[in-house]
Design a protein around this ligand. Structure first.
Ligand code: ARG
Length: 577
């Protein structure tokens, strides 16, 4: 159990025993550190309820405290300030050196959460926005830290119009391929007629042409319908495109340390499209409108427009709404989850609200299962507008990775060469990208400021990794077996210890708000305090044996904690850089 939780339990007991009814008392990080490390603000809330002076209540409470706190004082109307006795701090943090779980208050009721956070669209190149899959990946790891179960699903966008478009364009380029010959009865070629590089040219061209040529656009829609319906040649070509594009996208996800337990796509939910529509029909939830099967999800008290769900077109084509509802049916059957969390661009929030309403209203999902949309902001270029390449094109995720790599690589020490240099440069590139992406609070748009993000100073991935590397090499040099914190020799040490007690609340906030920014901020603060301590103290040459051991133990504690936190973010530490 964390120190914070243990202390809160203690306070709750003390305060109840004084006759004040309270479920749980919160220990808050002090807003005025000169008065104490933490504060307790219950007296004001009791004053009204019990008709007493809050200061008297506060006096009453502090009179019952045991020796765990020092310098207890009351400020203002009844703010209680407390400071942990150093021995309490060191006893607790010594337990954390080798066991990160002592910082975590595990979930009392284990939850099973399905995470939907890849969303790459097949046939199109990943764009900068797909970098944000890092958020879902970090939350997947965080869920495990809390002892809950996570099921990550990439949910490929493999059932929509982009592939229809690409197929239409391939037909234009190679009309004689057997895929387009409806009388063809032989085997289809096992090798794809197009590579991923081809797709990089074909998709943009097709997408342009669609805008200018209505007939072409219609033919592309027909192609979409054909693979959805399973016309053999078109379905075979669809499969090639899916394989080629998926392999390419998967390599980028792997590079970014984003891992999925399931590699399902929208197409895997297709067998559930008919059952889900049948289900909604049976509930009387649907109706026909202009040849489209729809479901109303608006409520009388809606303040904004809430369009209906679009389920099926007259030609039988299914839509984005349909695949999402079908996927929900599939996930409920396959996983019986307690929650399904979606990570996508904040601009999709209306879509998800419609889907969630439809799911609950129809009884597809019981109210006890949480459907939650975790929207994220847009990544913009230096001008604050959508990220473009130098020549004005759309910036691909691979392009962004290369930009960062080219900035990072020259910063690595000259004596690191060859393969080793490349491995380190790649790890630092990923660290840079991830930290930059995970630092802002989830919903905010941010500017990808490459100079700032690749700097060794400030809130950056390489600053954090650099600090970890520094700690690690110190530990390797001095040895750190069985060390423990013996005392609190100076303020630098105390600052680190107090900061570490705050981690429990940082993790709680990250989990409850589904936002990694708290963890990133904490990492920065911890690294800054450690680097200050490192600069002020001659750790390796300290003469007092106990103090030296304490310095090493603090380093080990900071290092282990930092590496656990970086691991939640999916960032790897290097040995040198
Ligand atoms: N492929 C979608 C897109 O790029 C994102 C998918 C989000 N997940 C979902 N279940 N709809 O817009």
């Amino acid at each position: 159990m964390s120190l914070i939780k243990e202390t809160e339990n203690y306070l709750t007991k003390v305060i109840n025993s004084l006759g004040y009814q309270v479920d749980s008392v919160k220990l808050e990080k002090s807003k005025m550190p000169e008065y104490g490390q933490y504060q307790i603000n219950v007296a004001m809330q009791f004053a009204k309820r019990y008709g007493k002076n809050p200061r008297d209540i506060a006096e009453d409470i502090v009179a019952s405290f045991d020796s765990r706190f020092i310098n207890v004082n009351i400020q203002g109307p009844g703010f209680i300030n407390v400071t942990f006795d150093n021995e309490v701090l060191t006893n607790y943090l010594n337990k954390c050196i080798d066991d990160f779980s002592n910082f975590v208050d595990k979930s009392e009721n284990k939850r099973k959460i399905v995470l939907d956070y890849g969303g790459a669209n097949i046939a199109k190149e990943l764009h900068v926005g797909h970098l944000r899959c890092n958020i879902g990946e970090a939350i997947r790891r965080l869920i495990k830290v809390f002892g809950d179960e996570s099921i990550g699903d990439v949910h490929w966008g493999d059932w929509g119009t982009p592939i229809g478009l690409v197929i239409r364009e391939i037909q234009e380029l190679y009309p004689d391929l057997p895929y387009f010959d409806e009388s063809y009865t032989g085997e289809y070629p096992s090798v794809s007629p197009v590579t991923n590089d081809d797709l990089g040219v074909i998709y943009p061209r097709a997408s342009l042409r669609k805008k200018e040529d209505e007939k072409y656009a219609e033919e592309a829609r027909e192609m979409t319908l054909k693979f959805q319906k399973g016309v053999p040649g078109i379905r075979a070509l669809w499969q090639h495109i899916v394989n080629v594009s998926k392999t390419d996208c998967q390599a980028v996800y792997d590079y970014l340390n984003c891992h999925f337990d399931y590699s399902y796509g929208e197409s895997d939910a297709d067998p559930f499209s008919k059952p889900v529509i049948d289900f909604l029909n049976k509930q009387g939830a649907t109706e026909m409108s202009n040849g489209i099967l729809i479901m109303h999800v608006a409520n009388e008290d809606d303040k904004k427009e809430m369009p209906p769900l679009l389920l099926k077109k007259s030609d039988g084509a299914v839509l984005y709404d349909t695949t999402d509802l079908a996927t929900i049916m599939q996930r409920m059957q396959d996983f019986t989850p307690d929650a399904i969390w979606y990570f996508a661009d904040e601009r999709q929030s209306l879509h998800f609200e419609q889907i969630f309403r439809g799911s609950y209203k129809s009884g597809l999902v019981p109210e006890t299962v949480e459907l939650k949309f975790n929207g994220f902001g847009t990544i913009n270029g230096p001008d604050g507008k959508p990220f473009k390449t130098r020549d004005g094109g759309v910036m691909s995720l691979k392009g962004l990775i290369k930009l960062v790599y080219d900035k990072i690589e020259p910063k690595i020490k000259e004596d690191i060469t060859g393969e080793e240099r490349a491995v380190i440069a790649n790890k630092l590139t990923v660290a840079t990208l991830k930290y930059a992406d995970l630092l802002p609070s989830r919903k905010t748009d941010y500017i990808f400021d490459i100079d700032k993000f690749t700097s060794f100073e400030g809130k950056t991935g390489i600053y954090a990794v650099y600090t970890a590397t520094r700690m690690k090499s110190l530990l390797n040099k001095v040895g750190s077996n069985n060390v423990s914190i013996k005392s609190v020799p100076n303020q630098d040490v105390l600052d680190i210890l107090v900061k570490l007690t705050e981690l429990t609340k940082v993790l709680n906030a990250s989990y409850s708000e589904v936002s990694t920014s708290y963890i990133c901020e904490f990492i920065y603060e911890l690294c800054s305090l450690y680097n200050k301590f490192y600069a002020n103290n001659n750790i390796a040459n300290e003469e007092n044996a106990d103090t030296k051991e304490t310095f090493i133990a603090v380093t080990k504690l900071a290092y282990n904690t930092l590496s656990n936190l970086l691991d939640i973010l999916g960032i790897e530490i290097v040995d040198k850089m």
